[in-house]
Design a protein around this ligand. Sequence first.
Ligand code: DX5
Ligand code: ZN
Length: 223
Amino acid sequence: MNVKLAPSILTADFTRLGEQVRAALVAGAEYLHIDVMDGHFVPNLTIGPLLVRALKPLTRELNVVMDVHLMIERPEQLLPAFIAAGADLVSVHVETCPHLHRTVQQIRETGARPSVALNPATPLSAVEEILPEVDQVLIMSVNPGFGGQKYIPSSTERIARLRRMLDERGLTQIDIEVDGGIKAHNARQVVEAGANVLVAGSAVFNERASIKENIHALRTALG
Ligand code: DX5
Ligand code: ZN
């Protein structure tokens, strides 16, 4: 399977953000993952459309998908601003969308590809009806809010179950993105379970090795 890497900038050095993002993309990332948090849905406050716009020339130049993960309440109010700023793929949490079908349509009509995200304790059945309308399902493998958390082991079985659900419905073109605690030691296991887009924050941006070495270690782990 063709696996895509999506570095999350949450643990990057923000004083050197452009340089670090370029290093990650040049080392071989297909997506750039932007974690948007509102201090309400999750207990942290991060990035707005301004930063997406600032990084867009880099993803455009290097032909990388601008992958925006909205961990915010009322995403329908802000998603036009993120899409105007350059989001290619937009994930909304089902837990924040009482009118999920409408929100998914809104993403597509505004010009981006829709993805739906699920917290670790949200049943997969919450996305069952919307599957034909989306391009991706994002499985959270930590509780959203912070980078550098530990992978929740039961996520692997959830990924496998979702992949079966998609196969049974003939929806084989839908991507499964996994987000949280992905490292070289568990990357292969989530891919074998059926994920094909891997978010990695602290495994890419850390003090232990260079960004290039970290991307290569993830790629090597995939075999
Ligand atoms: C968590 C975010 C993730 C996270 C990934 O709320 O959605 O994207 O920052 O970082 P690591 O790979 O460090 O868990
Ligand atoms: Zn994320």
